[in-house]
Design a protein around this ligand. Structure first.
Ligand code: ATP
Ligand code: MG
Length: 757
């Protein structure tokens, strides 16, 4: 077999080759961006199969996105054909779903459990907090959700959280966590963090289950190891097993770069990569130093920025691709001007035949920044795709339709059931819902069971009773299709018909409702395609409803990244999503203090270091051309504000940057370097801190049309209801009640990070 494998080593450097060939002890490959870590991981899998006669079924590889997993699988399938199917290549979450579906019974759950995403989680936490009479101002659901998620990432269960709580907040969190966890159980549901935590629990509590997986998976490989959290770290340890046991530990290979750790807010800790050698004392570490992705100028800029971070191991990363072009810098008047610059530049590059659209990416710090780019790209007819943002599956109508499907698949899924109980309106009011809920809580039965026990539910009026009975009857009819294992697309069609959901939207005069109908049709198409997917030969057919729901709940942001060659579109995404990717041309935008680095990080050294790593990730995505831009004025949360230059810009040696446009009156160097807080007054006197009416960009920016009573979702404040609308045109404002986040008055000009629901 080694001769067959020889070519697998041909295009690797000696260090990479050693990593691919290494056998036995745990292996850590640490290296800077673009040094071929992912290439080593993929190649290693191929090499295991070709040269070491490992069976694909013995391999478990963990990637950061489902897309990366699919690509890896495909490459291996090209080599070994259908045998590749028995290999597990997936994200942590997908892998855990797979284990949990098989082993749910061991943990006393049924295998048709639902997976709650962050929105479902927040809904359930809101319900729990309300039942516990917590003041939503003091304990917003969002905050509670973050704390509970942190506990889960640290593998702290409710009992331990309760015992460890030392202050009021921690005690409240523990209380909510306890009830929340119980309700999840009653709903036969797991949230995202549970997927990992409960799998760890499974492996730690049931040695025979753990042994089964350890016997099976003899090779465990993990990409982007710097972004694992404690729960994921423990999961890997459990899968690998310890020396001295009955089964020798699996071969472990992890690759990563501490400088690219950008998920601390999800509990990721570089401790895992930094202390790998302590965790696995017989580990081998291999360093890679040559970067194959970027030109030297880009690399020098990246190194200059990251070297400002304290407590890091310095790496010497070099490239032999030559100096390349200088980095292009641009200072825009406002975000519209910035977007126009990017669009024009893309036009110029593509017209010149240097690159095509799909080789270009535009990055920004937060999702809401995509809107201005979209506006101008649409106007210019520049094809683009936004990765992430308000995703298809997050739209209200899509969530409603999916909630019906989820309720049908798992009647105990209370969050989904309560979501659609009165959608479309069928006369089941909040009071009736509360009566049923109280009854269910008292009897310790599920909400669905309580709906069937109507006679015993106190204080229900006859009208509600009838309405609920009608609803139950309709769900039973639909349930028959599920029992028959009808195609998910047919079930979905029946849901849209029988509930009257589609008819109601079609009858509406609101143009937004027509878009909603289109989205629902799109969902039917997705379901139809899913049904018609060809099963791999030998695979057992599974009922399409649960399989479809599982697929839908695991679509990660990065999964919608267009295929580089096939789509002629520019890709827009956040810096976080860009991790692991590469593009010949990169526009990284919004380099302003308060935007990037994020406002939150300005006074916090740890957060600032994380933002700097994000800058490093962003810069190192570029292969040949890098553009860095910022805007003097940007409207944030509906208010225009003057932003100083990002401190990271100043960390890049000036001679690497070719400034196409600088600040208007950058007369003295001193003014340039102190252009910060103190300078914003100066900007105001130049009339820059307010949008100048009539100035291109602002004039074009459409005022958002809102009426009293409209429901909106705001990127920062969440869900809200409009309570007042004042002024018109440039002076239009809306006062919006965001519940727990308070009541806020917002200007409606420019790009408000808000969507009308
Ligand atoms: P990141 O830290 O951004 O995830 P990485 O270390 O995983 O980067 P890869 O994506 O594996 O790096 O590799 C970067 C680029 O360099 C890819 O296009 C890859 O194909 C190429 N590359 C890696 N090693 C070699 C090599 N030995 N010869 C030629 N090209 C290489
Ligand atoms: Mg990589």
């Amino acid at each position: 077999p080694v001769s067959r494998a020889g070519h697998l080593l041909d295009d690797l450097n000696p260090a990479q080759r050693r990593a691919v060939e290494h056998a036995g002890s745990p292996l850590l490959v640490v290296a800077g961006a673009g040094s071929g870590k992912t290439r080593v991981l993929t190649r290693r899998i191929a090499y295991l199969l070709a040269a070491r006669d490992v069976h694909p079924g013995e391999i478990m590889a963990i990637t950061f996105t489902n897309k990366a997993a699919a690509e890896m699988k495909e490459r291996v399938a090209d080599m070994v054909g259908s045998r590749a199917r028995s290999m597990w290549v997936s994200t942590f979450h997908s892998m855990c779903v797979r284990v949990m579906r098989r082993e749910a019974k061991t943990l006393g759950m049924s295998s048709n459990f639902s997976i709650y995403d962050s929105d479902d989680t927040r809904r359930l936490i809101t319900l729990v907090a309300r039942d516990l009479d917590l003041d939503p101002k003091k304990y917003p659901a969002r905050t509670l959700a973050v704390h509970i998620s942190n506990l889960k990432n640290e593998l702290v269960d409710p009992e331990t959280a309760t015992a460890q709580a030392t202050n009021d907040l921690e005690r409240r969190v523990a209380e909510v966590y306890t009830v929340y966890q119980r309700r999840l159980g009653e709903s036969n549901s797991l949230d995202f963090d549970d997927l990992i935590m409960r799998t760890v629990e499974l492996l730690q509590t049931f040695p025979d289950v753990a042994e089964h997986y350890r016997r099976r998976f003899r090779h465990v490989l993990v990409d982007e190891y710097q972004d694992t959290n404690h729960a994921q770290y423990t999961l890997v340890r459990e899968l690998v097993g310890k020396a001295g046991g009955e089964i020798p530990p699996a071969e472990l290979c992890v690759v990563g770069d501490a400088d690219q750790s950008i998920y601390a807010f999800r509990g990721a800790t570089i401790r895992n990569i930094v202390e790998f050698e302590r965790d696995y004392p017989d580990a081998t570490t291999i360093l890679l130093e040559q970067n194959y992705r970027s030109t030297q100028n880009i690399l020098t800029a990246a190194n200059a920025v990251i070297s400002r971070n304290p407590n890091r191991r310095d790496k010497s990363l070099w490239s032999d691709l030559g100096e390349g072009e200088k980095i292009v810098g641009y200072v825009a008047d406002n975000e519209h001007d910035e977007a126009a610059f990017v669009a024009n530049e893309i036009d110029r590059l593509v017209d010149g035949g240097e690159v095509n659209n799909s080789e270009i990416a535009v990055f920004y710090r937060t999702n809401n920044q995509s809107r201005v780019f979209e506006e101008i790209f649409i106007r210019l007819g520049l094809p683009y795709r936004v990765v992430g943002g308000v995703r298809f599956y997050e739209r209200r109508e899509v969530r409603d339709a999916l909630a019906y499907l989820r309720t049908l698949a798992n009647p105990d899924d209370t969050v989904s059931l309560r979501r659609i109980l009165n959608v479309p309106k069928r006369g089941i009011g909040e009071r009736a819902e509360a009566c049923v809920s109280a009854y269910a809580e008292r009897e310790r039965i599920s909400f669905a069971a309580a709906l069937r026990d109507l006679d015993k539910v106190p204080m229900l009026n006859p009208r509600s009773r009838n309405a609920i009975a009608g609803f139950v009857e309709m769900m039973d009819e639909l349930g028959e299709m599920v029992a028959r294992e009808d195609d998910v697309a047919d079930i979905l069609e029946a849901v849209l018909e029988k509930t009257g959901y589609r008819t109601e939207l079609e009858a509406s005069e609101d143009p937004q409702d027509h878009t909603r109908v289109e989205n629902l049709n799109e969902l039917v198409t997705v379901a139809r395609e899913f049904t018609e997917l060809e099963l791999p030969e030998g695979a057992e057919p599974v009922p399409s409803l649960p399989a479809f729901l599982e697929r839908v709940s695991l679509v990660a942001d990065a999964d919608s990244i267009p295929d580089a060659e096939s789509d002629g579109v520019v890709t827009l995404m956040t810096l976080h999503t860009a991790k692991g990717l590469e593009y010949p041309v990169v526009f990284s935008t919004g380099w302003e203090d308060g935007v990037f680095p994020h406002m939150r990080a300005l006074g916090d050294p740890a957060e600032l270091a994380e933002e700097r790593r994000l800058a490093y990730v962003g810069i190192t995505r570029a292969q040949r051309r890098l553009y860095l831009s910022r805007a003097l004025v940007r409207s944030a949360w509906g208010q225009p504000s003057a932003n100083p230059a990002s401190r990271f810009l100043g960390e890049i040696p000036e001679d690497l940057i070719d400034w196409r446009r600088t600040e208007p009156s950058r007369s003295t160097p001193a003014a340039a370097t102190t252009w910060g807080r103190s300078a914003s007054g100066g900007m105001a006197s130049r009339g820059l801190s307010r949008p100048a009416p009539g100035k291109q960009g602002w004039k074009d920016a459409p005022a958002m049309k809102l009426d009293v009573g409209d429901r909106v979702t705001h990127d920062k404040y969440g869900l809200g209801r409009v309570v007042a609308v004042d002024g018109a045109g440039l002076r239009a404002t809306a006062t919006i009640d965001f519940g727990a986040s308070g009541t806020v008055r917002l200007m409606l000009i420019g790009s408000v990070p808000m969507t009308k629901l």
